[in-house]
Design a protein around this ligand. Sequence first.
Ligand code: UD1
Ligand code: CA
Length: 463
Amino acid sequence: MNLSIVILAAGLGTRMRSKHAKVLHRAGGLALVEHVVGAARELAAPERIVVVTGHQAEDVEALLRPQGVRFARQTEQKGTGHAMECCRSAAGANGLLMVLYGDTPLLSAETLMRLRDAQVESAGAATLITTVLDDPTGYGRVIVDPQGNVNEIVEQKDCNAEQRAVNVINSGIYCFRADVLWKHLSEVKPNPISGEYYLTDMARILRCHGQVVRALHIDDPTELLGINTRIELAEADTILRMRKARELMLSGVTIERPETVTIDPAVTCGQDTIIEPFVRLLGQTKIGDNCRIGTGAVLESTVVEDRVSIGPYTLVADSHIEAEASAGPFARLRMGAHVGLKARIGNFVELKKTHLGAGAKSQHLAYLGDAEIGAGTNIGAGTITCNYDGEKKHNTKIGKHAFIGSNATLVAPVEIASDSYIAAGSTITQDVPEGALSLGRARQATKPGWVAKRRAKKKTEPA
Ligand code: UD1
Ligand code: CA
């Protein structure tokens, strides 16, 4: 039987107290609704998935458009029942129609498949997922008869004392027979308290028409967590981050304190790599085998090849570090920095758009921006490439096996050829040819006995 999926994602999410649509808030490195779309796509082709958007519709649609899903607009948010009306023409008229809420990011495709199969096997008009919560506050309560058929769903605000004590909750995940849903949806009336149209009223409406609504009970409520507040957002983030950490550990990565690391879903990490506590691996970062990532390091969209050591508190973004190289502690690499094979970057060194050749070193306190540095070159402590003249950026080129003395100031554009030698403390404004020594500093003057002479002079002066 063909299956279409509707994802409701139009609400603002008042309880988030935010100016952004709730489904755009991120947990586990993705927007809430991206997780739901990801699970849905494992069951249906993207053109059979309709996302109902409303609040910040343009942003939500821009985020999801690359996935190929379709959209329906709910311009005024008048409740989940009304949101369904808005996608009547976009969603399938026949077969099965699954309805998901965009604020349940922990949902797995396996659970959705169980729901679909339960509805396929059922003679009823709909199946919905329920679970039991110790604290059901905020969720709709599901009232079932002894046969396990759903009589009705009562929203928290509408519960009497007896209903409030029920801890079987509505997860907001349904699978309907599409024709029956569309036939009766218009019978949903605005709620007398909130004025909203509740999709949950469909349970009672279908039952009144003699249709059967089944509950599929799930023991572990974790997956069904709906995000309404930032507290629940943090809970979901913790669970999703832990899922990713476990996946990496099972694939052969050591994570010393898994509950402290933040690893985005697309990150890959090779065998026997060790991740120390409080590391953040973000975006499209790819890490090779046998690396060590030091505590507090933040790597974003960066490629790290095998046997690399990243020292503690090192920040790397959009960069590439070749095998057996090292960076940090306290280094910063950004905007296409490239560290060659076995090269070494030490503490308080910043690389911006700079290519460091194989085996080259910059071990302490340097700024290397817009520079090309050859293999085996040593950059002394305190070296600065002066790449900005106040208007434009300029390049510095340093050849192979050069030696740049400590505290050199290289005023770009400038070229320093291979095997050359720059004296410590030099300010270099002109190109240096191969094999040359270049000094660019004031000559030292020493005055013997100067201190004693000054003291004697001070004593004879009147106070
Ligand atoms: C809803 C259910 C409740 C269930 C809970 C599970 C209803 C009436 N209640 O309550 O029974 O226990 O989910 O998490 O359905 N949305 C729209 N348009 C609207 C309103 C909401 O698209 O006009 C979307 C929201 O963006 C959100 C989803 O529907 O993704 C659920 O809305 P929300 O307000 O969070 O419903 P709950 O109060 O959590
Ligand atoms: Ca919710």
